[in-house]
Design a binder for this molecule. Sequence first.
Ligand code: ADP
Ligand code: MG
Length: 238
Amino acid sequence: MENVHKRFGQNHVLNGVSLEIERGQVVAIIGRSGSGKSTLLRCLNGLEKIDSGSIRVCETELNGLASKDLLRLRQRVGIVFQGYNLFPHLTVKRNVTLALTNIKKMSLAEANAIASKVLQQVGMAEKLEAYPEMLSGGQQQRVAIARSLAMMPELILFDEVTSALDPELTGEVLRTMENLAREGMTMTLVTHEMAFAKKVADVLVFMHAGKVWEIGSPKELFAHPKTEELNRFINSEI
Ligand code: ADP
Ligand code: MG
């Protein structure tokens, strides 16, 4: 992202954001509520249009992309939200295969093979035939992650995926994400899990007032915040 600006009316939500995410990197974004973290993610996969600046994802410039190209880009950049939004009337397996058959036009057999593989990756292989309501929140979130993985994205964005979960269910989802990171998946995640960010992220971004206020290795930023804003944020989160 280069000098990205995004306003909602008078609200200058992204105020000149520049950020580089390399293949294979895990980037964690932290910051106060309202600092523009979700908007940044949504701009990255074209869900929001930016006012100025430039966003390039895997060699594709997002600005001015035709809608069919935007759809194609969204297949390469997965996004997982806090609410998992699984279809309640479909089995776990069908939730995962739906976009494969309907958008990627795969055969059901092909899609089922991929579903088995990605559900195994998130530790949900034995729940193929279950319906979402039979699963815990943590399990549903892991299915949502599998659904995103099934599209073979080059980058996955996670927006506070554990924030709606009870504390005892958070760990299993974080472990799933940690495994993905270890397998080399390029990931950008907005999180309040400071310990997780410290352990898993290669790069930590602190957003404040619509800007990348501080950026660096998690260890460095947590140990030696350069600004009063980050210092205060860290102390309020721990
Ligand atoms: P964060 O994820 O860091 O909490 P957001 O990116 O969700 O922050 O929001 C940043 C600011 O932009 C907030 O003031 C929010 O109210 C505003 N905002 C976000 N999305 C919209 C929208 N679709 N329309 C109007 N304002 C929005
Ligand atoms: Mg948010």
